[in-house]
Design a protein around this ligand. Sequence first.
Ligand SMILES: Nc1ncnc2c1ncn2[C@@H]1O[C@H](COP(=O)(O)OP(=O)(O)OP(=O)(O)O)[C@@H](O)[C@H]1O
Length: 729
Amino acid sequence: MNHDDENNLFNRLEAEMATEPGGDVVDLDAARTARAESATPDPVPAGPLTESGDPEPVMVDQPTAKAAGPGYLGRLRGARRRAVVPEWLRSMAELKTATAWVAGHYAHATGYHALRSPIYATRLALQAPAGAAKFVGGTLRWVADREGEPVRLAAVRREDAAEYLKLSRQRDGRVRLRTLVAVLSMFVGLGAALAIYVLAPTWLQAISVSAVTMALGFTGRRADDPVIHKAVELPKATKLTSDIVLRALGALGIPAINQAQGKGRDGFEFTAPITRDGPGWRAEGNLPYGVTVTDVIERRDRLASGLRRPLGCVWPEAVPDEHTGRLVLWVGDQDMSTAKKPKWPLLNSGSVNLFKPVAYGTDQRGRWVEVTLMYIAGIIGAIPRMGKTFLLRLLLLIAALDSRAELHTYDMKGTGDLDPVGNAVSHRHAAGDDDEAITYVLNDFRALREELRRRTKVIRSLPRDICPESKVTSELADKPSLGLHPIVIGVDECQVLFEHPKHKDEFEEIATDLVKRGPATGIVLLLATQRPDAKALPTGISANASARWCLKVMGQLENDMVLGTSAYKRGVRATMFAWGDKGIHYFVGEGSDARIVGSVYVDGPGADRIAARARKLREDAGRLSGHALGEEPEVTASAYDLLADILAVVTVKEPKLWSETIVTRLAELRPEVYEGWDPEALNAALKPHGIATVQVGRRVEGKVVNRRGVDRSRITTVIAERDGKRDAG
Ligand SMILES: Nc1ncnc2c1ncn2[C@@H]1O[C@H](COP(=O)(O)OP(=O)(O)OP(=O)(O)O)[C@@H](O)[C@H]1O
């Protein structure tokens, strides 16, 4: 009986006992027999009542274990098929890697031993006399049947004459035969040696003497000092066996596993054989009832101790479409952070189409993980020094390699990490968190909001056959006349914007708009922060981001801010990354579940080289613009302030004014900003400031006309609150 059957039976018997009135001690065998005979299902009190008022019985268990669950066909349909052709045969890249590795291994071993062969020969020659002595001694012992001596001596000690006589006779016969064989062999050997000496050419003589010397030298070897050392130190990563997995799971301190193992059971039910999977081993199976994969992930360090492997090799994972107790344990041969990574295809050559997936990192198994930068808004979160800026820069470099993309790069930390991209290709670029930089970013964000509006209008006006999905496509991005090329905005340490004492609301409002409506219009916003909380990353933004990269974080809150609500509960925990796991992160996006990815490492000089290539691409396409050309945006010094502008155009004598009058006046005041605004746009722009439009009645030609308008006193109050002054008007 397997564990499932045992458990089923146990559960059934428990249910039977629970339904017995009074909870008396029950003879289980008798109960089972009676149940089988009566063939009526057990009454379950929770069921609906029958006409007579008795609870209607509800079948919870089928009478036989066989009938439980779906039928054979059902189970077949539900079965997951394993790949017919193994992964390494399907993927050219994997096959190449495997073949190259095997060839490299043997080439290394051959070279290693070839270089040392003279030493081996000398040592064997020196050992040859000892080997000869050993050979002669061994032969004499064999001829004299020394191996039987202990038995004969034992017979002597026991004074067992009959036994001794029998053994002696047997020994005499054996010695005679062996002497004959030895003498014959000696003659044959000596004859062959003489023949070679007299008849054979010199090379054959040399080979023969060497072979005999080497053989004698090999015989004379010492166990503690081998002549030939191993060319490679085999890694300690030995095969993962079920025993090792069970031992490790038993060491986690999870009571249900320990109880099962205490009763002699496994505490883990393997659902597939342990197999080689990439550069590591993969075990899959069911944890005991009630134990979840997150329980194991939480104890990843203990698991690593139980497996006797470095932490970076041990990757327990949940299976997304399975129950929460289905564990996949992947144990790598090498620590993920130090394992050799394949060369990034874009490192030295190549360009990118942002509408197609691009490899940007590798998973634990060394396979490329791709990201499509279009139609997303992304957030990157991590504690400091884990590789957040490097990852953002990598994504921006990828974007730079599509010559159509217009880059806006903002390094609010100000250390110049984004300068390689910014100075070479960016349309807009700023570093630092001083007023000048903030004003620059604010102006650009405002311009981007306008661009977003323009793009939505362009997309709306396009015929269906050209723009079937109401979003920018690669073909549309190719047409310069439409101006729908990709715009990629990268902001490192974005909390500087969203916590800015004066402009935080406006930054938040624009960024939220870009996150929500940007993707369809070809605008991609990538935000990185080292403090992912509601202030640093407003929820309107974090909730709407469709791509998420989370490097190591310290707690559940930050984890869920970056990876999405309840990610932590589902076992997607970036808290488990070790301090050394730089660049390793959870990636959610590309329509798949969270994956662990180690991003490609591109250092400063590497980034410079790639950016130079990207610049060349742009120059060739005639698309280099803005900052990269040394041009600065027109509006820099005076960042406009909507509320202040409204106060400027609405006099104190006009306590309430129609929105349409205000937008007309605003357009006169600052046409580069307000041109084309309608009352709705004003309403939308005021909302983030907590200001709603009100009904304003005006007498027009003797009649009162009601329209939406703005209450001036509300504007002054909000400005007063914002600037901390009592009265702004
Ligand atoms: N993919 C990677 N592989 C290996 N090492 C990396 C990787 N990415 C970054 N690192 C290393 O991690 C260090 C920190 O990276 P980075 O400057 O991006 O961290 P950060 O999270 O942005 O830190 P801060 O919050 O201080 O800005 C780098 O100096 C780099 O050496």
